[in-house]
Design a protein around this ligand. Structure first.
Ligand SMILES: NC(=O)c1ccc[n+]([C@@H]2O[C@H](COP(=O)([O-])OP(=O)(O)OC[C@H]3O[C@@H](n4cnc5c(N)ncnc54)[C@H](O)[C@@H]3O)[C@@H](O)[C@H]2O)c1
Length: 238
């Protein structure tokens, strides 16, 4: 009998989260694909994927959902928002706190509630962003993702004694709604700076997450895997 592996993916109705849920299901995981708006998941009928509504900032809801799963072997803390884009001087009051609430507190709530229910050999993968290195027009977003990277390392250190691996994937520009919402001109400008000249396919991020959750990948702990075609290491041509 094959062992059933159960995963929770947050923000899985579209984009990177959906690609992660689909990849894990392909690899035989039983995936609970959650989102605060699961409407788009109605069209996704795939063996191994069960849609469920979940706002990651709602701790009782996260706890209740996890209690309803028999076991939890993998939590992918992917849900995130970009918040309003613009120079730091124009950032409205409240925007800073809202991005932190979803991108950082939401990750912590999901990871903490999952870890409480996990056995040795389980994994947590957070989705941060390359923008933690630099984000002039989204200081709150970049800061929230930098905090996710630090949180990931801290949780990895705390829970390695329990046999739980915790790592982050930091995507570069990826072709999803969060990116498209910035507008064609803005996206074209950002894409022109990418080494490959175009945003990446969400499936690339899904592959990184799936590997970190694999038996081999689980020996990696507390790392932040930048998946960005190398933009973060510079583009010196010699
Ligand atoms: N697309 C990119 O270029 C890019 C780059 C770096 C990092 N990321 C990160 O990847 C993750 C996925 O982003 P995406 O590009 O797929 O964006 P997306 O907007 O396509 O998908 C994000 C999903 O998260 C959900 N969500 C938002 N707030 C939520 C909440 N409070 N509770 C539950 N679900 C919530 C949304 O409903 C949406 O379905 C995010 O954390 C994002 O910051 C994206």
């Amino acid at each position: 009998m094959t062992e059933v592996r159960r995963a929770l993916v947050t923000g899985a109705a579209r984009g990177i989260g959906l690609a992660i849920a689909e990849r894990l299901a392909e690899e035989g995981w039983q995936v609970v694909a959650t989102d605060r708006d699961v409407t788009p998941l109605a069209g996704v009928v795939r063996a191994g994927i069960t849609p469920a509504p979940l706002d990651v900032t709602d701790r009782p809801a996260v706890a209740a959902l996890l209690d309803g799963m028999d076991t939890i072997d993998l939590a992918v803390c992917n849900a995130g928002i970009s918040g309003r884009i613009g120079p730091p001087g124009t950032l409205p009051p409240g925007a800073f706190a809202e991005v932190l609430r979803v991108n950082l507190l939401g990750v912590f709530i999901t990871a903490q509630e999952a870890a409480r229910r996990m056995m040795a050999g389980s994994a947590i993968v957070t989705v941060a962003s390359r923008s933690h290195l630099s984000s002039a027009n989204a200081v709150h977003y970049g800061m929230s993702k930098g905090a996710v990277v630090a949180l990931t390392r801290a949780m990895a250190s705390a829970w390695r004694w329990r046999g739980i691996s915790v790592n982050a994937v930091s995507p570069g520009l990826t072709d999803t709604d969060i990116l498209r919402s910035l507008g064609d001109d803005h996206v074209a400008r950002m894409a022109s700076l990418e080494p490959g000249g175009a945003p990446l396919d969400p499936a690339v991020m899904a592959g990184a997450v799936a590997w970190l959750a694999s038996p081999e990948g689980r020996h990696v702990r507390g790392q932040n895997l930048l998946v960005d075609d190398g933009k973060s290491i510079g583009m010196t041509p010699w």
